[in-house]
Design a protein around this ligand. Sequence first.
Ligand code: C2E
Ligand code: MG
Ligand code: MG
Ligand code: MG
Length: 279
Amino acid sequence: RSKSGGRNQLTFFEANMQAAAIRRLKLLAELRHAVPDGQLELYFQPIVDLATGGIVKAEALLRWRHASGALLSPDTFIEVAEESGLIHEIGDWVFRTAAQQSKRWSELLGRDFQISINKSPVQFQPQTEAADWVAHLDAIRLGPRCINVEITEGLLLNLSDTVMDKLATLQASGMQVSIDDFGTGYSSMSYLKRLDIDYLKIDQSFVKELVHDNFSRTITETIIVMAHKLGLKVIAEGVETQEQCDCLGRAGCDFGQGFLFSRPLPAAAFEGLLAGRAG
Ligand code: C2E
Ligand code: MG
Ligand code: MG
Ligand code: MG
């Protein structure tokens, strides 16, 4: 009896695995059409100068307008894109679209308006050409300082020559680099010495607990002091309350990003916000 029960459980487990595999294949098949069919959208979230409250730049966040009408967030499809290699095509689309927006908003404001884009570690593999990204900015005549590349600590864990070369190519052109989700990876910190990083983005898990948890507040304050001593600027992610904002301001944090200021918005809505609150 217990034997057959065991077999039934196994079968149930296998059926679940199979269903998940099929869902994944379906998602991949649909994702292949996303770029050619124009289903991808960039949303923009303001990054605010905590001293003035003005919007100084933005982060581009990817969305997929699925054929069903649903708007999918990257957590539901980036992994599949990375595993399948589709991330290269998608990443190029993100880069070009963000660059175009930066050009428009820079012209509108009469000054450089920087946009951050997220790059996954897969986009730093040997076959990709960082020089193409540089060449594209040249082609559309956008100053490289208008693009900030966000990478995660995972990429820097085993800092290969390939990754070093690509980052060096980006930075030599004048593009800036941020470490995203700082404090959550296996940060050896040694990479801060070997790379010329411009910004640290404090992960939202610390910001969330900042006001009530001494540990998170101490980590946050320490990251800010360390970053400033190293000549880096700090952006706090996931700022949701005025209390958190005040606490970050007292700790000397440079910039904030989060729902307190605005959710990520479609380009047109972001432009409306920018018109009134550009800093
Ligand atoms: P991330 O780069 O750390 O982006 C911040 C995430 O936090 C975004 O989620 C944003 O919508 C969310 N967020 C912003 N403010 C708040 C807040 O106050 N409270 C809370 N709870 N959340 C906030 P989103 O847009 O779902 O993106 C998730 C992740 O997907 C990003 O994390 C990034 O790692 C990745 N991603 C987004 N766009 C791209 C892309 O174009 N390419 C790649 N490779 N990855 C991307
Ligand atoms: Mg990011
Ligand atoms: Mg982050
Ligand atoms: Mg630099």
